[in-house]
Design a protein around this ligand. Structure first.
Ligand code: NHO
Length: 364
């Protein structure tokens, strides 16, 4: 019989919008959950790291202040792996960055016996080779090392765990469809609302940016790649062989003329007529425009782009930056299993990451 771990060490890489919320939530969890004892042994942001050679814990209540005051230049990724793999207790790394280099190191972390939880989409939507390397390095059930990435799709909503349950219990998923981007949801809900009002496209983009809903460069949301990455992850989990997020049709809403230009927001109004036309045509058909992703598992096809929806459709009725994701399956029949809720934001995304940590704690 295996004995339960008495202590689990946590290493947090990245403490921005999601990571700082995660550290706060981790501090509460550590207080409310006496066993296994959780200790933070490594904390880093891009230019600063904090850890002790003897693995002494970093106080969770003021971890970010400690990092600010006492942090030093971060070690290389291979040195981090070396340090963590020698820790006296089981280690879980929380990758709260969007770093490609860290994502590519997951197989090495796992080979060092270190579990990974992350909202970072890069590893799971990158090359199929990396995906295969990661999942072939995961340890046996109940033992680890583990990989969990619930928040890489739909923030804290149970999207990945639901899909895994459907697949593992033998249901046949035929189609997955939804609004996967909080930013795009906000943009289209305000640009093409059910009541027919709504300002210009460029004004919607500027407002979303002012409210902090977009990436620093809104083109990173408008190019559709964030949605394509999420679809790649779900498609692969559902058994589709998707080579990369650029291997299927993805509609970019970045005018080609502005793709490399430094005055993107200033010049965006010049292109408002294109989006106006789309909204008007949808309106003539008594529909609204939304930006959706869909996977057709029978036809093995994926696509991302604008579509028109009846005003009574659940996708048309979304509010704010909500996500909605529907699973069409054999068991669920005509009405899909649908999950709707906040699809972006530090607290809800961090909650999904913390939920993954709890799943690991139950097993080790
Ligand atoms: P930030 O605020 O830029 O923070 C990144 C942190 O990583 C910083 O502390 C930076 O110093 C550190 N960092 C970067 N490279 C590093 C390195 N090499 N070594 C050490 N530290 C390094 O990013 P966020 O917003 O906190 O996001 C963190 C991760 O969560 C990203 O991978 C992001 O894609 C993912 N994520 C964020 C959100 C969100 O709401 N912020 C969501 C999902 C995943 O559910 C959300 C979502 O999908 C939002 C999406 N834009 C949408 O639907 O509209």
């Amino acid at each position: 019989m295996s004995t339960r771990a008495e202590k689990v060490s946590i290493a947090v890489i990245g403490a921005g919008g999601v990571g700082s919320c995660f550290v706060t939530q981790l501090a509460s969890l550590a207080k409310s959950r006496p066993s296994p004892k959780l200790s933070l042994i490594y904390l880093a942001i891009i230019d600063r790291a904090l850890y002790h050679q003897d693995y002494a814990p970093i106080p969770l209540d003021n971890a970010l202040e400690e990092l600010d005051n006492f942090g030093f230049e971060p070690p290389s990724i291979s040195d981090i792996i070396h340090f963590l793999s020698k820790a006296p207790h089981k280690v879980v790394v929380v990758d709260n960055t969007s770093s490609q280099a860290i994502a590519e190191s997951y197989p090495a972390f796992l080979k060092g016996g270190i579990s990974i939880i992350t909202p970072n989409k890069k590893a799971f939507s990158g090359s199929k080779e990396l995906w295969d390397q990661i999942f072939s390095s995961v340890g046996p059930q109940g033992q680890g090392p583990f990989v969990y990435h619930e928040s890489s799709v739909g923030a804290g909503m149970p999207i990945i765990s639901t899909l895994n349950d459907l697949v593992e219990t033998g249901d046949r998923v035929t189609r997955i469809e939804g609004v996967f981007s909080g930013t795009m949801s906000f943009l289209f809900n305000s640009f093409s609302p059910i009541n027919g009002e709504g300002g210009s496209w460029s004004a919607s983009v500027m407002r979303a940016k002012q409210l902090g809903y977009t990436e620093p460069d809104p083109r990173d949301d408008l190019n559709g790649l964030d949605v394509a990455r999420k679809l790649t992850i779900l498609g692969r989990l559902a058994g589709m062989s998707i080579e990369s997020p650029t291997s299927f049709p993805v509609q970019s809403l970045v005018p080609q003329e502005l793709s490399g230009c430094s005055e993107f927001l200033d010049r965006l109004p010049e292109f408002d007529d294109r989006m106006d036309k789309e909204r008007q045509e949808a309106s003539k058909a008594n529909k609204v425009v939304r930006f959706v992703g869909s996977l057709d598992l029978a036809a093995q096809k994926a696509k991302v782009g604008m579509e028109w929806f009846e005003k009574s459709h659940p996708i048309a009725g979304l509010e704010g930056s909500d996500n909605i994701i529907s699973f069409y399956t054999e068991r669920y029949g005509r009405l899909p299993l649908t999950i709707r809720g906040a699809g972006a934001g530090g607290d809800v995304t961090a909650m999904g990451v913390l939920g993954d940590l709890i799943k690991i704690l139950r097993q080790i």
